[in-house]
Design a protein around this ligand. Sequence first.
Ligand code: NDP
Length: 499
Amino acid sequence: MTNMTKTITLPTVPREFGLYSNGKWVAPQGRNLFERRSPAHGVPVTRTIVGTESDLNTAVASARTAFEDRRWAGLTGQQRAEVLLKAASLIRERAEELAMLETFETGKPISQSRGEVLASAGIYDYAAGAARMLHGDTFNNLGDEMLGLVTREPIGVVGLITPWNFPFFILAERLPFILASGCSVVAKPSDLTSTTTLIMAEILTKAGLPDGVFNVVTGSGSTVGEALSHHPDIDMLSFTGSTAIGKRVLAASAGNFKKLSLELGGKNPHLIFADAHLEDAVDGVIFGFCFNAGQCCVGGSRLLVEKSILPKFEQLLTQKLSRLRVGDPLNAQTQVGAIVNEKQHQIIHDYIERGLKQKARIVTQGTMSTSAEGLFVQPTVFSDVTSDMDIATDEIFGPVLAILPFETMEDAIRIANDTIYGLSATIWTQNLSTAMRAVRSIRAGCVWVNTTISGGPEMPSGGFKQSGIGRETGLYGVEEYTEIKSTHIALGPRTHWVS
Ligand code: NDP
């Protein structure tokens, strides 16, 4: 525990990483490198290889060989579980190193990175159990002459494309379940935040994962990601990212009919009914739109408040927001760190301008730093927003909240569902029947009642509508990575077709 409290300092020289293919590092020397600067401090922190299509092809070939010779798929669930449990314990051993890299590259507070790394270790533990739970079915009711078996098999070689907002945690929500199923993997993390995924490859090898089962190719989405989505030797693709790129991946996958798991964007509503515990709701709303500086796919960026309590709610919200600690992610007290890069910082700035131009009422307008000061954004809250405004419809991915008042339950549900997305929703009420009517009516893959952005590996995640296809995590998550085979076994003498 002592190393968890030590002061963090920025590296004086950026750390260099190679690619991870076939159980070995491919050295960065002599390669074209991408330099990542800390978005909070502007200094270079890591360098990674700008991977090419040829790097990707090599990694896919390794994964294919590893899958076909059954060095992993042919093991027992218990053997796979042992590797995942060992990996969880190695993550804990390297937790501080992983948390630091995560904070350097993403700009998120160090306390949050530490929490995410340790929570990730817990997911590997859980997935170890899932490796032993996979089973099929039998049909003994097909008559005396027939027995039916339904078995699950690993789907094959999986491409895994992950975003920059929770690089290590999102990897943990997918990778151990894919491995639990017996598949081989080629991962392509976001080029902004690839190094913790690379370290995970090293950890898995040390934990006993056979060479070639997990490979990581760094590089840009437009080269490596695009090639992975088109690759004829990839059987399934798990993509987490924006809805716009998700559509490209969907189209690219048609070439060989890859199975897809897509976890995409959201414009998630919080519904505050007049009987809600207001202090709790205010706290949850702030957490919902400011956690990870608002760069959170399930964060609540639309706030639907019953009209009768709107003034009181806005007052409590403003008071509490003034106490939120935004700043240097290396400071253990910081709650909201930096925005990931200048592009995202500019997008947030432009949406705030559009909110002002479209005449939404400002409740609090946060300041934005210049890039020389580090990429920080104080939270901004707009009220009297209408469903046609850009800040009500678009996923901004920053700490910007749009308040839309409602009068009746029907109103609230209509507004909540008036979006192309369906990732998550949060309901605040002390009335059980109000809560359950709302839960039933809202079209979203995840609904929280009187809490938000909480959960564990038991619960699947995924979206309705344009928020995605399929489910990740938990037993549902493992099953996504399997194919189902029906085997019909004749037990009696054959009645001949041709006499
Ligand atoms: P992007 O869609 O831009 O990128 C996601 C990943 O796809 C990155 O690894 C990126 O690589 C890669 N990529 C980019 N272009 C292509 C391409 N043409 N083909 C294949 N892969 C490509 O999303 P962001 O990284 O900007 O993440 C933010 C978005 O992700 C938000 O919209 C958010 O809602 C969504 N998201 C959804 C989550 C969910 O669980 N539903 C979780 C987290 C985020 P590179 O960065 O190297 O270009």
